[in-house]
Design a protein around this ligand. Structure first.
Ligand SMILES: [Ca+2]
Ligand SMILES: [Ca+2]
Length: 518
């Protein structure tokens, strides 16, 4: 090869390398989530109960990955995974046995990587539960601390030689006595509290969070953060130190671009939604008002109207979740009344705040047959009208299936134009097509009898939402409209005439959404 041929060959190689790099860059870019993706609707998923891929009767990550198109069809932009880390409880997963591995029931780290990749391809972000406050009693660190008081891991938990007295957390003594001391366990003897004042513990959690961030997780739902640090028998809930430490972990997570944090802070969600603590927090307390408003209670409709006038819009709204203390499944709350069900859904899907739908809610799934308490609301997803396995598994489901599997399942819901699924899909499409609904202002919120109305604005875009919870058509006056503005019907898109002026009559038990135009 002479010199000029060699040069040409090198130039050719360089061009090829540049092309490969360009293709790689475009692929990477396509896999990145849009800025602000977390303003879209999330689905809370209990993996154990969602979809089983291997017939062992237990839902798993592969089953979820196979279901991503189903979630995308509904319009889901984010998934909150209840704990998928290895746990000792073999159920909800909050008793963590390994903070840096997938529960063997759910699959492997490779399955996790595949889930993230496939979710991102569909424009869906994935956040996961992370439990800071405690580990499982079976965690190797705690086992060592339990067996050997001289172990450095003794300082990783809250151990006392003498059992402290006078403590009462939700009616029980959180201190558990064993042969060589007592340990603190806010959520039960099987989940010992970490000593979060120990810098080694903080570092351990930082490294675990980074472990998942480096793998591509899009954020976290931080569990039970007001309980990170206790001061004494009286001052154990929501201490200033817990707020500070939560903010510390949030800053770490958000040092990665485009990440989202939502906290579980039941008593003071508005405080924890602050940017310096979590940025996002579940709007506990609103869910009860949504259920009551849906059934026409005027006082609750007033409270719903007021809520976001005084609350940060970074809160996360929901109608139900995996904890019985937040209520039963929506189906059981409204006793199967689908008109009430749709009103509950519209209420929180169109308000400010990121909506979190609890898996099964979008198909009208009832509680698990014959069960009570938390297991009642955590049953296998109803894919098909199969009374043996709900289409959730080809084997024997690990838990009783839903009481209404024959009438309310994904297959029928997706085939019907006026199903709950279709309604959720339409509400999400509206939210995602209107910036004002996804992240706009909240103005002129008003309850007139059983009718809720409010305005959402973003730049020149102006949307009016009207919900009549009552059984009668009701005339109302809309404030905040210019004299010459026209209300163009966005929902329903058929059968509602455009309106002029501020007097409108709202049909019984209906949701109407208008674009305000000059
Ligand atoms: Ca399985
Ligand atoms: Ca604690």
């Amino acid at each position: 090869m002479n010199f000029s041929k060699l040069n040409k060959a090198i130039a050719g190689l360089l061009v090829t390398a540049a092309l490969v790099a360009a293709v790689f860059y475009v692929q990477q870019k396509n896999q990145r989530l849009q800025e602000g993706w977390h303003h879209g609707a999330f689905m809370e998923i209990f993996v154990r109960s969602y979809k089983d891929s291997n017939g062992d009767g237990i839902g798993d990550l592969k089953g979820l990955t196979q279901s991503l198109d189903h979630l995308k069809e509904l319009g889901i932009k984010g998934i909150w995974l209840m704990p998928i880390t290895a746990s000792a409880d073999h159920d909800h997963g909050y008793a963590t046995r390994d903070f840096r591995n997938i529960d063997p029931d759910y699959g492997t780290l490779a399955d996790f990587d595949e889930l993230i990749k496939e979710a991102h391809k569909r424009g869906i972000g994935v956040i996961m539960d992370y439990v800071l406050n405690h580990s499982a009693k079976e965690h190797p660190f705690f086992e060592e601390a339990l067996q050997n008081p001289q172990s450095p891991y003794r300082q990783w938990y809250e151990w006392r030689q003498e059992k402290p007295v006078g403590w009462d957390i939700w009616g029980r003594d959180p201190w558990v006595s064993v042969a060589n001391g007592s340990y603190l366990a806010t959520f039960g003897a099987h989940m010992p509290d970490f000593n979060m004042r120990n810098p080694d513990v903080v570092k351990y959690h930082e490294d675990s969070l980074k472990f998942w961030l480096d793998r591509g997780i899009d954020g976290f739902r931080l569990d039970a953060v007001p309980h990170l640090i206790e001061n004494n028998a009286k001052d154990w809930n929501d201490q200033p130190e817990s707020r500070q430490l939560t903010g510390h972990f949030t800053r770490l997570i958000k040092s990665y671009p485009n990440k989202y944090v939502v906290c579980e802070a039941t008593a003071e969600p508005k405080v924890y939604a602050r940017e310096d603590i979590c940025g996002g927090a579940f709007a506990f307390g609103l869910e009860n008002q949504i259920a009551k408003a849906a059934q026409g209670e005027t006082e609750a409709i007033q409270k719903v109207a007021q809520y976001y006038t005084q609350a940060p819009h970074t809160l996360a709204s929901f109608a139900s979740n995996h904890d019985q203390f937040a209520g039963k499944r929506v189906w059981d709350q409204v006793n199967g009344n689908e008109a009430h069900y749709k009103l509950a859904a519209a209420t929180y899907l169109l308000l400010p705040g990121t909506p979190f739908i609890y898996y099964g809610e979008e198909i009208g799934m009832a509680g698990a047959k014959g069960l009570t308490d938390d297991p009642f609301i955590r049953g296998p997803y109803s894919w098909q009208p199969n009374e043996k396995n709900a289409g959730f598994t080809t084997g024997q489901p690990y838990r009783a299936i839903s009481g209404n599997v024959t009438t309310h399942h994904a297959q029928a819901q997706k085939a019907s134009a006026d199903s709950l699924w279709a309604f959720y899909r339409d509400m999400l499409a509206l939210r995602h097509s209107r910036t004002s609904l996804a992240k706009g202002s909240y103005e002129n919120a008003k309850a007139q009898g059983q009718v809720l109305s409010y305005h959402r604005k973003a730049g020149p875009e102006h949307t009016v939402v009207v919900v009549n919870y009552g059984a009668q058509p009701t005339p109302i006056t809309l404030e905040g409209l210019a004299n010459d503005s026209t209300l163009r019907a966005l929902y329903p898109s058929k059968g509602v005439a455009n309106q002029k002026g501020s007097q409108i009559t709202v049909p019984a038990q209906s949701v109407q959404v208008f674009a305000v135009e000059k």
